[in-house]
Write a protein that binds this ligand. Structure first.
Ligand code: NAP
Length: 502
């Protein structure tokens, strides 16, 4: 069973013990990064395993390898020896592991570690990328049968991540830990068990006195409690979200919370995906049950679908895929999520008699426009790239235009409701307003599909002019509940409807 390890990078032993105490319930073991300790504190490492009370890895990383130890190799060897020396008959008082780099070659110290019952982690770090033949690299690290091999690599693409998983599967016979540094490695940290990796490293974040060595690692609370890492077994059903860069997504919080509350043996994993092909291969190899699909893949996912709903075919965009006997089936929960939220807000059953402006022509706009048509509304579509607005409007015979003076003037004829569907104004781009030269009259109902921030600059301006405004949160919740139904093949639990607030 894969274990959660807390990487301790405090400057003093006392600080590291405080950090460990804070996360004791969430972690199975700790790594004492003795290179982060003040020089005087390093002399006190020998008692740390006893003070910690859980298995501890001793690591003293050189600055050349990304650590903080600047002394010569002789003094590092001497410090490691101090940490291991005078082994106690009670193994709990000794370091459980010592991390020695691949190049480290001090046979006397290694023999002593073995004699004292301290297991060697033979580590290899590639900070630039993922080795082309990672399985061979992993095998080359094995020296003696009882060592645990650790390969830490740096994926830059989904192809790299797929290669790490494959390397894990091809070396199932080897006791190892595979660590992916950087944000793309997120799935490998959650699904360590699936690729035969024994340890998932976590780090304390946001503490000003601790160096930022986390390299994309999770906080222990997130891995243990949100992702329920210790419950993940070969039987756990895997769901997730594919998109890029996937910086703002509420879906892992939503689905993992529901799975936890409903005691469903499933986990929902973020897969930052620059290219869909390796993700789809990984999804097949992992036996994933389904996935949410977000920017920029809602349209490019279509060729991978064996089946799709009428909605997906008419909208031309898919935000949910579910695996079944025939392969992947595509759904679009944005469309009913959007119309459900907006109709509830305006207190109507359809859009009959309403003239509506839609800003944007991406995947979300496609869902919005198809619902306006299906529910008998009339629309004007304005987009930065006017050819995309024309393309979207064509099949519905809706009006279209560019986001320029002429297009904005047309809004006068379509201003019962104005719906903002572009990504301009999302967190990280919060002051962007795609309709800044339009003056709201105060009578428009205004919806922005963005939910983070809660009020975009566009929505704040509409509200200040006296308009009734709605952000994308209710749509998001409705579409997520529908996705839950597709994934689990069951209705979203009614008792959670009001409880779930993010
Ligand atoms: P998308 O397919 O990438 O489309 C992006 C759209 O935004 C395009 O029309 C693009 O215009 C336009 N755009 C991007 N930057 C712009 C700028 N600076 N000024 C003007 N227009 C700009 O993305 P999507 O999937 O449709 O998602 C769009 C937004 O909807 C995102 O913020 C997403 O979070 C939100 N959304 C919310 C929900 C919900 O449940 N609340 C569901 C789905 C989507 P061009 O064609 O000219 O590039």
């Amino acid at each position: 069973m894969a274990k959660i390890c807390l990487c301790l990078t405090g400057k003093t032993i006392k600080r590291n013990l405080e950090l460990l105490e804070k996360y004791r319930q969430q972690v199975d073991m700790a790594e004492l990064r003795a290179d982060c300790l003040e020089p005087d504190e390093r002399l006190a490492i020998r008692r740390f395993p006893e003070q910690a009370g859980i298995p501890v890895i001793l690591t003293i990383r050189r600055d050349l390898d990304g650590g903080f130890f600047t002394g010569g190799e002789a003094s590092r060897v001497s410090l490691i020896s101090k940490g291991l020396a005078f082994a106690d008959p009670n193994p709990r008082r000794n370091f459980a592991y010592v991390d020695l780099e691949e190049y480290f070659n001090v046979p006397s110290l290694e023999e002593a570690a073995r004699a004292f019952g301290t297991r060697i982690i033979r580590s290899y770090h590639n900070r630039k990328g993922v080795d082309l033949d990672l399985p061979a690299r992993i095998r080359s690290l094995c020296r003696v049968g009882d060592e645990l091999v650790k390969a830490a690599v740096t994926p830059h693409t989904m192809d790299d991540v797929l290669r790490v998983f494959k390397a894990g599967w091809e070396t199932m016979d080897i006791e190892k830990t595979l660590v992916c540094m950087g944000s793309l490695g997120t799935p490998t940290r959650i699904l360590a068990e699936q690729m035969g990796s024994q340890i998932s490293y976590t780090a304390v974040k946001g503490e000003p006195d601790l160096p930022d060595l986390a390299l994309g690692q999770f906080d222990p609370l997130e891995l243990a409690e949100l992702y329920r890492f210790r419950n993940i077994t070969a039987k756990t059903r895997i769901f997730g979200i594919t998109g890029y860069p996937l910086q703002v997504t509420f879906s892992p919080l939503f689905f993992n919370t529901v799975f936890g509350l409903e005691n469903i043996d499933a986990v929902y994993v973020p897969f930052p995906t620059d290219r869909l092909e390796p993700f789809m291969e990984l999804a097949d190899r992992l036996g994933m049950g389904g996935a949410s699909v977000t920017i920029p893949h809602k349209e490019s996912i279509l060729p991978y679908l064996a089946k799709s709903t009428e909605e997906v075919r008419s909208i031309g965009a898919c935000n949910t895929i579910v695996y079944g006997q025939e392969g992947w089936t595509g759904y679009n929960s944005d469309a009913p999520g959007f119309s459900g939220a907006l109709l509830c807000f305006i207190g109507k059953k359809n859009f009959k008699g309403l003239r509506i402006t839609v800003i944007g022509s991406g995947g979300a706009a496609r869902a919005v426009v198809s619902e306006i048509y299906r529910l008998h509304g009339k629309a004007l579509i304005l987009n930065r790239t006017s050819s995309r607005a024309r393309e979207l409007a064509g099949p519905y015979r809706f009006a279209w235009g560019a986001l320029d003076n002429q297009g904005i003037k047309e809004i006068e004829k379509y201003r019962d409701i104005i719906i903002q569907t572009t990504s301009a104004g999302m967190e990280g781009d919060a002051e962007a307003d795609p309709l800044e030269s339009y003056a709201f009259s105060g009578f428009e109902v205004v919806m922005d599909l963005i939910y983070k921030p809660e009020r975009t600059a566009f929505l704040r301006r509409a509200e200040a002019a006296g308009c009734r405004v709605l952000n994308g949160y209710d749509m998001l919740m409705r579409q997520a509940q529908l996705q839950y139904g597709y994934f689990i093949n069951a209705e979203f639990p009614a008792h959670l409807m009001t409880r779930m607030r993010f």
